[in-house]
Design a protein around this ligand. Structure first.
Ligand code: PRT
Ligand code: ZN
Length: 288
């Protein structure tokens, strides 16, 4: 029997649902995984290990899992020998310094001799030593945001996404230490037998096509024939747009794939140029 590729993902928490959704979008069926540490995909040579995010870099370093999905923050903090291979576009946050609302911090040198609480002592200590600052770092495993009000620390260094946790604790954002998102990591000890290599490459191709599709939309519209040239100029399509005849002789239908970040601007321009009935749909996968 052929060996399955093993992927480690978070069992429960902020990265779990989107890691599962990514695998599902790659056409991988995972059933009855609740309360289990390990399942096989029913239609792909893949085993899924459900772990705490803190443990994923080590499992991947030791090749217990060949690949894993983890926050860049966790990968950098652990400093283990794994290979980051792909940013996945979810779980976005920043590791930031948080300071009491009433305080002002204009220069990082003002951190000298301060006490900073964090769950990321390695990243913070590297940042401080890069900037030649002597501050005291205390490590807390959770609820870092209450440290200043308890008098345990002057400042904190924690992950921030919306900023609400800081606000609730009368803290505000100060310096940004690193930006982070979920990343796919690979074991450097991955013994690439031809079968495993094939499964790995197949999965990478599916992940790439799913990530590409996320950034794009498929749009369809009706265009008066005499505006067609102008409309085609507006559409920065992946491929040249498809133009189809319609029963109404003065109109044609135009279909195209466009980048999501330009979606509204392009739609406005298309409308101004005479397009009507503009429909857009999300794309699940793009295989180029
Ligand atoms: O049990 P396990 O160890 O697996 O989970 P965990 O509790 O350690 O991790 P979890 O699920 O909280 O986070 C997993 C990963 O999600 C992190 O390592 C980050 O890469 C990513 N991520 C993205 C975040 C956030 N956004 C985030 N906002 N991780 C934590 N937070 C916390 C932050 O620590 C703070 O308490 O959310 C709070 C701030 O959020 P805002 O929106 O109020 O600013
Ligand atoms: Zn954790």
């Amino acid at each position: 029997m052929s060996e399955n590729l093993k992927i480690a993902i978070q069992k429960k928490g902020k990265l779990h649902d989107k890691s599962m959704a990514l695998l599902k979008n790659c056409g991988i069926s995972i059933e009855n995984f609740q309360d289990r540490l390990f399942v096989n995909a029913s239609n792909f040579n893949l085993d899924i290990l459900f772990l705490r995010d803190d443990d994923i870099p080590e499992y991947v370093q030791d090749n217990v899992a060949h690949i894993g999905i983890v926050g860049e923050n966790e990968m950098l903090e652990k400093g283990l020998d794994v290979e980051p291979i792909k940013k996945l576009g979810f779980g976005k946050c920043s590791l930031m310094l948080g300071i009491p609302e009433k305080d002002e911090l204009t220069n990082i040198k003002e951190l000298e001799n301060k006490i900073i609480a964090t769950s990321y002592p390695n990243i913070l200590n590297n940042f401080l030593s890069d900037n030649k600052i002597a501050a005291k770092v205390i490590e807390l495993s959770g609820s870092v945001e209450i440290a200043p009000s308890l008098g345990v620390a002057d400042y904190i260094c924690d992950l921030v996404s919306s900023g609400n946790t800081l606000k609730l604790n009368k803290l505000k954002k100060s310096f940004n230490i690193i930006d982070s998102q979920a990343v796919l990591i690979k074991s450097k000890k991955f013994d690439e037998s031809p079968e495993l290599k094939k499964t790995f490459e197949k999965l990478m191709m599916r992940i790439d096509s799913s990530l590409k599709a996320k950034k794009t939309k498929y749009i369809m519209m009706n265009v008066p024939k005499n505006s067609l040239e102008k409309i085609i100029e507006i559409i920065p399509s992946l491929e040249s747009p498809t133009v189809l005849p319609l029963s109404h002789e003065s109109l044609v239908a135009v279909h195209a794939v466009i980048k999501e970040d330009k979606f509204w601007e392009i739609n406005e321009e298309l409308k101004e140029a005479g397009a009507s009935g503009i429909l857009s749909i999300s794309i699940e996968n793009i295989i180029l």
